[in-house]
Design a protein around this ligand. Structure first.
Ligand code: PGA
Length: 253
């Protein structure tokens, strides 16, 4: 049980580049499970862009939200292959992940670009989840806290976010898809540091912003991770692809 009392935790499933039409059945199964046995958390699925519209239709009237995995800051234009926040909202998304390490690392996305994407999300009426996380090299050099707090400060459009719903995700790069997780103490230290920055930037609002942990979360480790004081949910990759595993994680919140 999360000790955060101000907001409901968020259990977010990031499908990454996985899922064809048949995977909509998994989303339906998640929604059915949430309906039968409502967890104390909000639940959201972030499918590939090709499935957003159909998933939003399939889950219409259900409590499971649908989100995008990324967006481009501009509303529209000559940006081949990209998707704007407005397009995600038009397809039925209500949330969007920005600054995931697979975007920061794989596409050289800077904090400034992540900030612009978060701003675009708000413009389109989407709730952004802003991701931060250190590399193994940075952690081994004792710089994890400095790196993630620096990313957070530089990635948040503070004025635009005032009074708006948003979440932060702490995702150590070396824990993503590796089966390795930080110790509970390390997770708590990271989340404490992020909370301090949020309170500094947003005062009371900063105390209630959910800070999700992400990186190799599974049904076995979810309860311990979610019981950490400042952990306000989880961002789940691999274990979100099967409804049974994802529901088992949501049940721990
Ligand atoms: P993972 O991915 O759960 O497969 O480690 C988490 C993420 O990248 O959001």
């Amino acid at each position: 049980m999360s000790k955060l009392t101000t907001v409901r935790p968020l259990i977010a499933g990031n499908w990454k580049m996985n899922g064809l039409t048949a995977a909509l059945d998994e989303a339906r199964a998640v929604a059915a499970g949430v309906e039968t046995d409502p967890p104390g958390a909000r639940v959201a699925i972030f499918p590939p862009a090709t499935l957003i519209h159909r998933m939003a239709d399939a889950l219409a009237g259900q409590t499971v939200a649908v989100g995008g995995q990324d967006c481009r800051p501009e509303v529209s234009g000559a940006f081949t292959g990209d998707t704007s926040a407005e397009m995600l909202a038009d397809a039925g998304a209500t949330m969007v992940i920005v600054g995931h390490s697979e975007r920061r690392g794989g596409y050289g996305e800077t904090d400034a670009l992540v900030l612009a994407k978060a701003q675009a999300a708000l413009r389109a009426g989407l709730e952004p989840i802003v991701c931060v996380g250190e590399s193994l090299e940075q952690r081994d050099a004792g710089r994890a806290i400095e790196v993630i707090t620096g990313q957070l400060r530089a990635s948040l459009p503070v004025d635009a976010l005032k009074g708006e719903a948003f979440a932060v995700a702490y995702e150590p790069v070396w824990a993503i898809g590796t089966g390795r997780t930080p110790t509970l103490n390390d997770i708590e230290a990271a989340h404490d540091a992020l909370r301090t920055v949020l309170i500094e930037l947003f005062s009371d609002q900063g105390a209630g912003v959910p800070i999700l942990y992400g990186g190799s979360v599974n049904p076995k480790n979810a309860a311990d991770i979610l019981s950490q004081k400042e952990v306000g949910g989880v961002l789940v990759g691999g274990a979100s692809l099967k409804a049974a595993d994802f529901l088992a994680i949501a049940a721990r919140a």
